[in-house]
Design a protein around this ligand. Structure first.
Ligand code: NAD
Length: 360
């Protein structure tokens, strides 16, 4: 099969972990006889430096042409005080919009080898296996009106949480469909005791649930959900929520998995004319300026994202399983980066990538 993949390494450790994910894709292509056609684009701070824009038009064009896009991370401290439209993170919101990827899938599971890496008690974390489905192109991150106006004591800031019925329906269907291949349970998270936006969210999710009578649905308010993710994480199978709540809650997944560096994500849109899901794949973590350039970053989130790409965008289940099995073997070997607190000397980013390839 021809795999036409765009890589967007981005900033900081984004480039380091993407390099290892590409190394793994190359190993998969060799082993399973696929033709890997890689192109590379600019996104984030590196794109601002080279072109003046966080999402250059050329990058948007390349992403629309590719079968799938593998991203690293964006963000550089030097832009922390820049206006929002000139920040690297704007490139990320832009590429999601360009590709129309409206559902962000974040699998969170505990690995036996990492059970001691989580600060939570073992009996809470053991057996956790959930997928967080976060709506990605609507809600308060995109809603208008927005902005800061006025000055002095009356200076004010406005953001708008906006959802249409259509946006809620399509991401809900994605969650229910995923649940059918899992433990058949969807937990929808909202703040319907306070927000009208959440009241519409809950009403539409209940309506969509009628199309899936074989899937159980329950609801949690977001504040309670934040607590339940720590107190009783095994209760979750598919967790469905809107953009900002999902952004915040999914970082709790890092605590369950042992390190934010472990978490992959897949952002999925509609199907392309060829029948494949249009997808943007990226680790959950950011550019980690504190460890950038030191060959210390955990590449498993990026490698897991490459596995998700093989599964969702190319339908290559055997290949995706080979990657995930290889990751598990490396974890069992203890040859892992410092964030996972190995017993011996920590491995480098590159050593971990090469170890995954050797098991493939
Ligand atoms: P971060 O995820 O970059 O880092 C948080 C902490 O986790 C740091 O201590 C970091 O060293 C550690 N960490 C993150 N990934 C790791 C990995 N793979 N291996 C080992 N340790 C890892 O979040 P932050 O510090 O809040 O943000 C830094 C920059 O990244 C900011 O500019 C932010 O806007 C950006 N950011 C980008 C994305 C993205 O591109 N998707 C996501 C989150 C943050």
């Amino acid at each position: 099969m021809q795999l036409n993949i765009l890589t967007l390494p981005g900033d900081g450790i984004g480039a380091e972990v993407t390099r290892e994910a590409v190394r793994v894709l190359e190993a998969v292509a060799r082993k399973f006889h696929h033709e890997l056609n890689l192109s590379e684009g600019l996104l984030g701070g590196v794109a601002i430096h080279k072109t003046g824009k966080p999402l250059p038009d050329e990058t948007a064009r390349l992403a629309l042409e590719a079968d799938a896009t593998l991203m690293g991370a964006v963000g550089l401290p030097e832009f922390d005080n820049a206006p929002p439209e000139q920040r690297p993170e704007r490139g990320l919101l832009g590429i999601r919009k360009v590709l129309g990827v409206y559902a962000n899938l974040r699998p969170v599971r505990s690995y036996k080898a990492l059970i001691e890496s989580s600060p939570l008690k073992n009996h809470l974390v053991d057996g956790v296996d959930m997928i967080i489905v976060r709506e990605l192109t609507g809600g308060i991150y995109y809603g208008t009106p927005r902005g800061i106006s006025g000055e002095g004591p009356s200076e004010r800031a406005v953001n708008s949480m906006v959802y249409t019925r259509h946006e809620i329906e399509r991401v809900s269907r994605m969650a229910f469909q995923l649940a059918r291949n899992r433990r058949r349970k969807v937990t929808s998270v909202d703040k319907s005791n306070v927000l009208e936006n959440s009241q519409l969210w809950r009403r539409v999710v209940v309506e969509v649930a009628r199309e899936y009578p074989d899937v159980e649905l329950d609801h949690l308010l977001v504040d309670n959900c934040a607590m339940q993710l720590i107190l009783n994480p095994r209760r979750f199978d598919v967790l469905l929520t809107e953009n900002m709540f999902g952004d915040i809650l999914s970082d709790e997944g890092a605590v369950l998995a042992g390190s934010i560096g472990m978490l992959p994500s897949a952002s999925i849109g509609d199907k392309s004319p060829t029948g494949a899901w249009i997808g943007l794949y990226e680790p959950v973590h950011g550019s980690a300026p504190d460890i950038a350039g030191q060959n210390k970053a955990n590449p498993f989130g990026a490698i897991g994202s490459a596995a998700a790409m093989l599964e969702y965008s190319f339908g290559l289940m055997k290949e995706a399983r080979a990657v995930n099995d290889a990751v598990e073997k490396v974890l069992d070997s203890g040859n892992v980066t410092a964030d996972l607190r190995p017993a011996g000397a920590p491995a480098t980013t590159e050593e971990v990538g090469r170890a995954v390839c050797s098991y493939i």
